[in-house]
Design a protein around this ligand. Structure first.
Ligand SMILES: [Zn+2]
Length: 483
């Protein structure tokens, strides 16, 4: 970034510390339900998987079980599973995903997954309601993936954002398998299918169940120091230079795992060295613009995106430029270098006041905007821009489509091969045969969209959502793959 002509972008520094805590549940964990009929123990990794959020080596909980449906409070959809329920100190059981919407685009966004359907939201909401512990009921259909995925990603160390002084967190946040949930709901005298059907009905309210749950959760705890790299180019307008456009790309990957094959190094060449390359090239170009833009530009290479947007969340919690003065976040995550394409995906750009500018820029490059191909998978919630969006800042990612301008069939095959075999594997490695022309297009689009935001006098705002009026694609819902 220094070579690209930037200046330190975070409070006079290049590096922003990102304090994480590694939490790994130890095999001595014991979680069970107790009812007048006796005790029902849950078998670790077969029936239940998860972590404590308290970041302590020994945690215990005990409380009445409550069933909170989907665990959602969504006033805009007239939905509140928690209405009238006292959840403080209780063990809260919830379903994955969101109420199924059928064709109604006004209800939970139709086929697109809303943030309410993400497991992250459910645990946040359970913590806000004061639950002692929260358990999500897994089914293949509602999660969008099998129990083996839960078991793999929740049965190992989790990197959590270090708790603030005095903050508490859930004693346990995790998943129960469909079979185990079936046994629990039997204790309450209802079958799981019946419970799931009821929870999807309008007017559903959470209720206390006829059993209690308790747990002892021993964990291995370690402190992890990660860091974001932040550079900036100051704006030139006396008033607007206090405001910023943030360009971001995550610089982390999954580390090293000797059991994963090869040298075990997760290089992340596509995911996300390509995004970081685009970020650095945009930084270089931006710093070289003779007539500097009005607003300040921040170039943010985040840590720990793969651990759940932790670096981006750390930036949002302590930004280089105040969030109220941050007009836009443009994020760059993974571009398969197989040549130029005609289509670009800018999911939710259409919900910002920048949209007319974005459309013009894309048209000028002879490209077309395509809707997100799988809105039901919730990919919008799974890259760094979402940390900004959640805090109210207009934010979206620039992604390439797969309409290749030349040699389309072969190139599409390469993209598919990457998705099936190399994504999140040590084999995501540099290949000298790659064609980076598509990345050049991404960088040019990024600069031009960023310029529009940096020079547009009123800045950028989210526009109130007009349900059913944006580009729509059909897709089956799933709560998003893995973690
Ligand atoms: Zn990525």
């Amino acid at each position: 970034m220094k070579k690209a002509g930037l200046r330190p972008g975070w409070r006079g520094e290049w590096f922003q510390p990102v304090a994480l805590v590694g939490v790994e549940t130890l095999p001595g964990v014991a979680i069970s339900a107790t009812s007048p009929g006796g005790e029902v123990p849950l078998t670790w990794l077969t029936d239940v998987a998860g972590q404590t959020q308290r970041q302590r080596a020994e945690v215990e909980f005990e409380g009445e079980a409550v069933f909170v449906g989907h665990g959602i409070t969504a006033p805009e959809f007239g939905w509140d599973d928690w209405r009238g329920l006292e959840a403080k100190g209780k063990v809260c059981l919830m379903l994955a995903n969101e109420p199924q919407t059928g064709a109604d685009a006004k209800f939970f966004d139709g086929p697109a997954l809303t943030y309410y359907g993400r497991w992250t939201y459910k645990f946040e909401q359970a913590a806000r309601k004061g639950c002692a512990a929260a358990l999500l009921v897994h089914t293949d259909a509602s999660a969008g993936y099998g129990w083996s995925v839960v078991r793999n990603s929740w049965g190992r160390e989790e990197a959590q954002t270090k708790l603030a002084e005095g903050a508490e967190g859930l004693a346990f946040a995790g998943w129960v398998s469909r079979e185990a949930a079936g046994r629990l709901f039997e204790l309450d005298g209802r079958g799981l299918p019946q419970v799931m059907a009821t929870a999807g009905n309008r007017g559903f309210r959470g209720y206390a169940m006829r059993f209690r749950m308790k747990g002892r959760v021993p964990s291995r705890i370690r402190q992890i120091s990660a860091r974001n790299v932040v550079g900036m180019v100051e704006g030139t307008d006396a008033a607007l230079a206090r405001q910023a456009v943030v360009f971001s790309a995550h610089a982390d990957h999954l580390g090293v795992d000797a059991a994963a094959g090869g040298d075990g190094i997760f290089n992340g060449a596509v995911d996300n060295a390509t995004g970081v390359a685009v970020l650095l090239e945009m930084a270089r170009a931006w710093a070289a613009i003779p007539r500097k833009p009005a607003r300040t530009a921040i170039f943010l290479a985040t840590a720990a995106e793969e651990a759940g947007l932790k670096g981006a969340e750390a930036y949002v919690a302590q930004p280089g430029v105040a969030l109220a003065q941050t007009v836009l976040n443009l994020n760059f995550d993974s571009f398969f270098p197989a040549g130029r394409v005609k289509d670009v995906i800018l999911d939710r750009a259409e919900r910002t006041t920048l949209w007319p500018h974005v459309e013009r820029v894309v048209a000028r490059y002879g490209m077309v905007v395509k809707p997100e191909p799988r809105p039901g998978a919730g990919s919008y919630f799974r890259s760094d821009h979402f940390a900004f969006a959640k805090a109210g800042v207009p934010a979206f990612s620039v992604k390439l489509g797969t309409e290749f301008l030349a040699n389309a069939e072969n190139r599409l095959a390469l993209v598919r091969e990457y998705g099936a075999k190399r994504y999140h594997q040590p084999s995501d490695e540099f290949d000298p045969s790659w064609d980076f022309a598509g990345l050049e297009d991404v960088a040019r689009l990024g600069i031009e969209i960023g310029l529009a935001a940096a020079n547009n006098p009123p800045g950028v705002k989210w526009v109130p959502q007009v349900s059913g009026k944006r580009p729509a694609a059909k897709s089956k819902k799933g709560a998003g793959k893995g973690r």
